[in-house]
Write a protein that binds this ligand. Structure first.
Ligand SMILES: Cc1cc2nc3c(=O)[nH]c(=O)nc-3n(C[C@H](O)[C@H](O)[C@H](O)COP(=O)(O)OP(=O)(O)OC[C@H]3O[C@@H](n4cnc5c(N)ncnc54)[C@H](O)[C@@H]3O)c2cc1C
Length: 389
């Protein structure tokens, strides 16, 4: 959506295809990072964006047993907004879609699922789309796969994938929130348990992090036992765990960390999770996807305007974005292995703060490093394309 908006703003004809009828799906990342807020400022959209209902988080704190450990402090970032804005991703996508629609060359088609690629002489020349009205053939100078970590397009294009692995999956569900609950929740760690709660106004969005592949065993142990473990993690909401009425209220999100070794083929480019599925660690996947979109628009608007995009143009996008992505994934895998896996596998009676986290208590300035990685990323992008009306 961001790439569509940027290209249409630069005068390129764009069609964004979305398989769902709306963006109203729960449990996608809901974080808008300082660098994305900076991009919205560069587009002149920040003021309107901040009018949408949102929460501002200035530091990230994890609760390890009884100890609160601040791990990231955004107050030193060299950005206009020194906070992460939490708001439902559907509000963000609707906002971008509305702004995109103000450009004559922007098109968005909902309930349009890409099911195949057209190829001519080894070059991707368009996509086959399933719609409620029947099949639609879309021909294009460039197809951009921004279809997420289960990307159909990258599969159809046979692009080689490198898998990094993740020791966990996430169970997402809601419990209601009361006005006297704490305003901001975040990570909560206990022996064998990791939990994330996000304030969504009248409810808490809860992420229960479990060892990979253990959901069946959790279900076999029964819903009352699951509710009890939730109550132990969020004692202030223990009286509301009955909001989880059945397993249908609990959604399993499989965590994947992988990346394409080559992000493109003639006529096709992958960006965002389609190019590099991110772990939820640090909540940086949306930020990276947006940064890919900005870099792609900066590098491709001009060749697209000319009417021909070469493999070299596409290679430039990968060269620009892949190094930063690799480093962030390395950090995520390190955190998964050094913090997440030991906690999930711990048989200890009480949980001590992992040594990696203790450093943040001892040296507060260290909190600036995760703040920078999470808030801005390693290679922040800026809008370089000029608007064309
Ligand atoms: C459990 C979990 C929690 C996370 N939490 C956070 C967080 O808090 N903050 C954060 O920054 N990141 C988070 N992430 C990562 C983040 O969700 C992704 O990195 C980010 O959404 C990637 O954006 P994207 O645009 O590449 O793909 P997506 O956001 O996945 O968007 C892909 C879009 O393509 C559509 N689509 C898919 N297939 C087709 C098709 N065939 N035809 C047409 N449309 C199609 C989908 O409906 C979807 O709208 C989390 C990930 C997980 C697994």
């Amino acid at each position: 959506m961001m790439l569509g908006l940027l290209l249409a703003r630069a005068g390129v004809e764009v069609l964004v295809l979305e398989k769902h009828a709306d963006f109203l799906r729960d449990f996608r990342g809901d974080t808008i990072h300082p660098s994305t807020l900076e991009i919205l400022h560069e587009l002149g959209l920040l003021e309107d964006f901040l009018k949408l209902p949102h929460q501002e988080v200035h530091q990230l704190v994890v609760q390890v047993g009884e100890v609160a450990v601040p791990i990231a402090d955004f107050s030193h970032l060299p950005t206009r907004c020194k906070f992460i804005a939490f708001l439902p991703q559907w509000d963000f996508l609707n906002f971008l879609a509305e702004r995109g629609a103000s450009y004559p060359s922007f098109g968005l088609r909902m309930r349009a699922e890409v099911v195949g690629l057209f190829e001519e002489a080894g070059r991707v020349t368009g996509v086959e789309v399933a719609t409620p009205e029947g099949r639609l053939d879309v021909r294009a100078k460039l197809v951009v796969a921004a279809d997420g970590r289960h990307s159909v397009v990258r599969g159809k294009a046979n692009l080689p994938i490198e898998t990094l692995g993740a020791p966990m999956d996430v169970l997402w569900f809601r419990i209601s929130r009361r006005p006297d609950d704490p305003a901001v929740g975040l990570g909560r760690f206990q022996v064998g348990r990791l939990f994330v709660i996000l304030n969504r106004g009248d409810y808490w969005q809860c992420g229960f992090i479990i060892a990979k592949g253990t959901f069946d065993a959790i279900q076999r142990a029964g819903l009352p036992a699951f509710r009890d473990s939730v109550a132990a993690l969020v004692p202030f909401a223990a009286d509301r765990v009955a909001d989880i009425r059945s397993w249908d209220d609990v959604k399993l999100l499989t965590v994947l960390v992988d990346r394409l070794t080559t992000w493109y083929r003639a006529g096709l480019l992958c960006i965002g999770d389609a190019a590099h599925a991110m772990s939820p660690v640090g909540g940086v996947g949306i930020n990276l996807a947006i940064q890919d979109a900005v870099a792609a628009a900066n590098l491709l608007a001009e060749p697209l305007g000319r009417g021909s995009v070469t493999d070299d143009d596409l290679r430039c996008v990968q060269r620009r974005r892949a190094p930063a992505t690799r480093v962030v994934q390395r950090f995520q895998v390190l955190f998964q292995n050094r913090v997440v896996a030991p906690i999930l596998n711990s048989r200890a009676r009480t949980l001590t703060v992992p040594s990696a986290l203790r450093l943040f208590v001892r040296f507060p300035w260290l909190r600036r490093i995760p703040a920078r990685i999470v808030g801005i990323g390693l290679r922040p992008e800026h809008v370089k394309t000029a608007p064309r009306r």
